[in-house]
Design a protein. Structure first.
Ligand code: MN
Length: 239
C-alpha cells in the first residue's frame, strides 16, 4: 500500500513520534506496523481466568508505540503505569510478520513469518477485570505505554518454525509462569489464518500469541525474566 506521506514536497503541519523499531538479533531493525494479541490461548491460563474449552480465537490490539524494545543482553526499564494497583506479567511468543496478506490459509502461514521474539503482554489487570465486568473494551487494561516489552527478533531463517519448546518467566529469580509452545490452543499458523480473515495482515505486524498459566502481579523494583527455547531471554525491570 503506498504511503500517502512519502512525497518530500508535502509539508506536514506537525511532527509525530518516530516509527517504532525493534532490534533484530543481527543488529538490524524491524519496523512495527500493528500489534495484535491473542486472548486465552493456553488451556491452564484460560482456566485460571475462569474459562474452559476451546473457544474461537479472539484478538485485541495495542498501538505500535506501546512497544518497549529491549536490545540483546540489556535489561529494559518499564515505568509502573498510571491508574492501576495490579500490574500483571504475561510472557508470550511474539510472531513478526514479514509478508502481508488477506485470507492466508494455515498451511501457507509460515511463509508470512519473518521471525520470532520473546515478549511481555503487560496488563493492568484490575482495570481489565472492571471492563470485562461491565462488558466494555479492554483497551485501558491492555493498550498503555510500554505495555509491550519485546526482545530482539530472531529471523525464522535461522530458528526454523517454532512449534514446541519451553516458555517461562521468573520474577526476581523465582519461577512464576511455565509452559510449552506445543500447548497453544490455537497454533501460530491457525492464528494467522483467523487474523488475516478479519484484518489485512501487513509487513511489520507483531502478533503476541497468548500466555501460559501463572500470571501475577509485579511491583516497582521487581525484575522479570522471560525465556523461550531458541530465543534467549528478555529482562525487564519495573521502576
Ligand atoms: Mn496476553
Amino acid at each position: 500500500m503506498p504511503n500517502a506521506f512519502e512525497s518530500p514536497a508535502m509539508s506536514l503541519v506537525l511532527t509525530t513520534p518516530a516509527p517504532t523499531l525493534v532490534p533484530v538479533a543481527d543488529g538490524r531493525s524491524f519496523p512495527v506496523h500493528r500489534i495484535y494479541c491473542v486472548g486465552r490461548n493456553y488451556v491452564e491460563h484460560a482456566v485460571e481466568m475462569g474459562h474452559t474449552g476451546r473457544e474461537p480465537p479472539f484478538f485485541f490490539l495495542k498501538p505500535a508505540d506501546t512497544v518497549l524494545p529491549v536490545p540483546q543482553g540489556q535489561t529494559g526499564e518499564m515505568d509502573y503505569p498510571s491508574l492501576t494497583q495490579e500490574l500483571h506479567h504475561e510472557i508470550e511468543l511474539v510472531v513478526a510478520i514479514g509478508r502481508g496478506g488477506r485470507d492466508v490459509r494455515s498451511a501457507d502461514a509460515a511463509g508470512h513469518i519473518w521471525g520470532y521474539a520473546v515478549g511481555l503482554d503487560m496488563t493492568r489487570r484490575d482495570l481489565q477485570a472492571d471492563m470485562k465486568k461491565q462488558g466494555r473494551p479492554w483497551c485501558i487494561g491492555k493498550a498503555f505505554e510500554q505495555s509491550a516489552p519485546i526482545g530482539p527478533i530472531h529471523p525464522i531463517a535461522s530458528t526454523g518454525q517454532l512449534l514446541k519448546g519451553e516458555i517461562g518467566l521468573s520474577v526476581n529469580d523465582k519461577p512464576r509462569q511455565k509452559g510449552d509452545l506445543s500447548q497453544l490452543i490455537w497454533s501460530v499458523n491457525e492464528i494467522i489464518e483467523h487474523l488475516s480473515a478479519a484484518w489485512l495482515l501487513q509487513p511489520g505486524d507483531l502478533i503476541y500469541t497468548g500466555t501460559p498459566a501463572g500470571v501475577g502481579a509485579v511491583q516497582r523494583g521487581d525484575v522479570m525474566e522471560g525465556r523461550i527455547a531458541g530465543l534467549g531471554s528478555l529482562r525487564v525491570a519495573v521502576r
